[in-house]
Design a protein around this ligand. Sequence first.
Ligand code: GTR
Length: 326
Amino acid sequence: MKKRIGILFFIAVFLGVTFGAAQVFAAAKVLKLAEVHPKGYPTEMGDQKFAELAEKMTNGRVKIQVYCCSQLGSENDVVEQAKLGVIEFVRVSTSPAISVFPQIGVFSMPYLFRSQDHMWNALNGPVGQHFLAAMESVGLVGLGYFDGGSRNFYTNKPLKSAADLKGLKIRVQPNPIMVNLVKLLGATPTPIAYGEVYSALQTGVVDGAENNVPSWVSTNHYEVAKNFIKDTHARLPELLMVSKKFWDTLSAADKKALKDAAKEATFFQIKAWNKAEDDYLAQAKQKGCIVSEANVAEFQKAVAPIYAMPEYAGYKEWVDKINATK
Ligand code: GTR
């Protein structure tokens, strides 16, 4: 009898130690968050805030490390890896999400959002929430959005009007809507991953690109493409997503904690974004860049036919909902 109790005691201790060790191991696993921007860029600051809050709000059960500067691959690569569960979290532009979830392409349509406020009203309302949830069907869960400002053209040639873009080679994100937009302006679109744009500009593979002010400056593109026109052709929300494979392993309480952490990180990121836009623009002007105001109506008219393209007919429902948002 004594012997049997002894064996049972031994088994219990053994299981306890093993289980405890497994828990410690599980808790210690550091999860990855992929980011293409460098440290201190407003989306990277939003990621760091999210990581900090996620750890706090889950009592240390979710520990995230941010990998900046495309260390884990291009945006298209990391979206694929998140789908497979190789990377747990990604912060990417809406563009790469289109390759796995075409419906979200509606956010790339030109002049869709009338202003920063209009965009946030749509993202915080039923439209934005629909897209975060609908991504589950492709193996990703949307946690929230960050601000990515408005996108504009910049070139190494004088750039004062839409006509100046004619015949130029312009880098775009691997995004069919951006390809069509650039074609409608009479330029040649060249899809290239973000991390490779600087050398493409420097070596003359392209004459210009399009992006928001913080990206133009933080990448040093502004050194080789000094002419910037504020045509504000698109406002692409930034996305914070998590792999559904990983998401499904979490408790309901931790899922809620991560959603709350993302919400708080968004408020923080918008503030950082607004400041960065001003600071980077001042830096570019100080370095002698030429920043022109566009005749926005002229750009808008040139790219409007995109809305009638048959491949985007499915967006109409969402375009109408966004237009109707205050
Ligand atoms: C930036 C965006 C990045 C990346 C980049 C690009 O505005 O924050 O995530 O998509 O544009 O043009 O590739």
